[in-house]
Design a protein around this ligand. Sequence first.
Ligand SMILES: [Zn+2]
Ligand SMILES: [Zn+2]
Length: 306
Amino acid sequence: MKPYKKGPFLTSNHTQKPIMESKFFRSFLITIITSIFFFLLPISSDSSMDFLRTLTGVRPGTSAAGISKLKQYLIAIGHMSEKSQFANNDNFDEELVHAIKSYQKFFSLPVTGFLNPETLDQLQKPRCGVPDNPTATQSRIPAVSYFSFFPGKPRWSPTKKTLSYSFPKGTRQDAYAAISAATKEWSQQAPLKFAQTPDYDKADVKISFQVRDHGDGSAFDGPGGVLAHAFAPPDGRLHFDGDEQWVDAAQAGKMDLETVGLHELGHVLGLGHSTDKDAVMWPYIDFGVRKHLNKDDIDGIKALYK
Ligand SMILES: [Zn+2]
Ligand SMILES: [Zn+2]
C-alpha cells in the first residue's frame, strides 16, 4: 500500500494547520448538513404563488419582476380583461390598478388598487381556477344574496333528471367516496340525481386528476395556487390539480377532496362564485377544512333550478 506523502502540514512549522483544517472541515460539514435540512423543510409549503412575496409595496407607476405573472393570474381568475395588450410587461399600469380594485371589491378588501399585504395575502391563498364574475355579483345593491351564475345562466335541461358521472381507470379510490358524498349534498337541494357509471366516455360528468397543461386551455400550476376547475353546463368536465396534497378528510396541511368536489360540482350544475365567505361557492378554500352547503349555496341552486 502506498503511504501518504508527509505533506508540509506535518512539519513542526505547521502543527496548527491540521487542527484548523479539521475544525474548518467540521464546521463546513455542519453548514452543508444544516443547509440541506433547511432546503428540504420548505418544500411542502412551496406554492406557485410564491412570486407574490417579492411584490409587497410595489407602487403603481413603477415596474417589478413578477408583475406580468400577476396580470396573467388576474386575467385567469376574471379580474382583468383577456384582451389586455399590456399583460406581458412588468409595468404596474392603470389597467392593473383597475384589476386589483375589482379583485379587492369582490373579496371585501379595502378598495385601494395597491398591492397592500392584505391583498397579497388573499391572492396567494389556494383557490378554484374558474374565473370570478365580478359584474354578476356587484350589480346587486343592496346585496341579499351572494351567489352567481355563469354568463347566460346555463343549466342542465329540465328533462334531464339524472346526471351520470365517471372517473378514468386508475383514479385514486378516495375520490369515489368524496364525490359520492358531494353529489348527495347537491341532490338534496336540486331536482337532479347523480349516478356513477364505469363508462367514462359517455358520462355527463367526467371527473379526473390532471397536471400542468392538460389540453383544455387552463393549465394547472403545480402545488398551491389553483386547485381545481370545472366547466359550465352542459360540458361536464371537472378537473382536480393532481399536484396538490389531496385527502378525503379535514386534515391539517392537506386539501379536502369532498369540499373541493362539492364546489366544482356546483360549477358543473351552473353556479358561479359566491362572495359569501361561508358559502361552498366562495372561490377560496383553506387546507384542513371541510365545508358543507350553506344558505347562499342552497338559495343559488334553487334559483337556478326552480
Ligand atoms: Zn370555483
Ligand atoms: Zn382542466
